[in-house]
Design a protein around this ligand. Structure first.
Ligand code: FE2
Length: 324
């Protein structure tokens, strides 16, 4: 059986003998709908003072889970488990998104977790899809830095030293600097920055301040959102309800749940805490595009900037953002 041969059904996951589509050029998901209606798109408008109007497709969290047959047993096991987790049509979702973008938007922004874990085939897919410049702006996600997730003999640590273990090989597959890159489009400076474990590395803060000196309006693109009360509340609700496997989990209060994980890092890491406080008063910041949460939510970050979190591309989600 093809390890990608899983489709959702009334009885749960059903193994299929030969998987139609998914890794072919023919659409398999909602194939009869055509005209790219297979994408679930949100819409936003950022009034940024662009020299001419344009729009982009923001996608995130594709979570490719491919391995070649000769890769290690651990990677084969991981691919099997994680392909079930993400549905098996992540490559088709990415392909649909990039194809739609060609005739509908000026460029694509991807905010990380393009791959679910490091494998030779996943990195080849990065080169195949992004090597041609299909995504003009992109940032890394936490999964980009994970060789074998929980199955690794080396425990994942949320540090620069941990990222350095695989940074060189990972970086070789991507056509832009995964730590920090800046691209100006119609007078708008799109800054893609590494914050994959919640904290912002000091080098990124330094580079950001250098970009501010250009005096252009800035849109910050990164994997983990800078949590606001609204984003943290929704994120906690969504992931708690997933963890409870169907037990009731209704909103009965608008209280903000206690910070955990990435949010604690943002509150406790002094560099990140200061950077976020500074950003809230930086008038050139006009918007933040982020992912990681697998939910779509918009919330105000600062007087001049809204934050837009996009749902998982593995579920064919994306958002078109208009800039004027
Ligand atoms: Fe993530």
């Amino acid at each position: 059986m093809n390890r990608r041969g899983f489709i959702g059904g009334l009885g749960g996951l059903i193994a299929t003998a030969a998987l139609p589509g998914c890794r072919t050029d023919e659409p398999s998901v909602f194939s009869q709908r055509g005209n790219f209606e297979r994408l679930a798109l949100g819409y936003a408008h950022i009034k940024v003072g662009a020299t001419a109007p344009f729009s982009l497709l923001h996608i995130s969290d594709t979570h490719l889970t491919s391995v070649y047959d000769d890769e290690s047993d651990v990677k084969q096991k991981l691919a099997k488990i994680r392909t079930q987790t993400f549905g098996g049509c992540q490559e088709e979702a990415l392909r649909d998104s990039l194809a739609w973008a060609k005739s509908n938007v000026d460029f694509v922004v991807h905010t990380g977790d393009l791959i679910d874990f490091q494998s030779r085939e996943n990195l080849d897919l990065v080169k195949k899809y992004f090597g041609t410049g299909a995504a003009k702006v992109a940032s890394a996600g936490n999964h980009e830095f994970s060789p074998e997730m929980w199955m690794s003999a080396v425990k994942e640590e949320h540090t620069e030293a941990y990222k350095d273990r695989t940074r060189k090989d990972l970086q070789a597959a991507f056509p832009y600097d995964l730590q920090f890159n800046a691209t100006v489009v119609n007078g708008v400076n799109f800054i893609a920055m590494d914050d994959v474990y919640g904290y912002v590395p000091p080098a990124c803060v330094e580079k950001f301040h250098a970009e501010v000196k250009k005096g252009l309006p800035i849109v910050l693109c990164m994997h983990v959102p800078f949590y606001t009360d609204g984003i943290w509340r929704a994120n906690t609700k969504f992931w708690t309800s997933s963890a409870q496997h169907g037990k009731p989990n209704f909103f009965r209060t608008a209280a903000v749940p206690d910070a955990r994980g990435d949010y604690v890092a943002q509150q406790q890491d002094p560099v990140t805490r200061e950077f976020i406080a500074y950003l809230k008063s930086e008038k050139l910041l006009k918007g933040i595009l982020a992912g990681h949460l697998h939910i779509t939510i918009q919330d105000r970050f600062s007087p001049t900037a809204m934050q837009y979190v996009v749902g998982g591309n593995f579920l064919f989600h994306g958002q078109e953002v208009l800039f004027t």
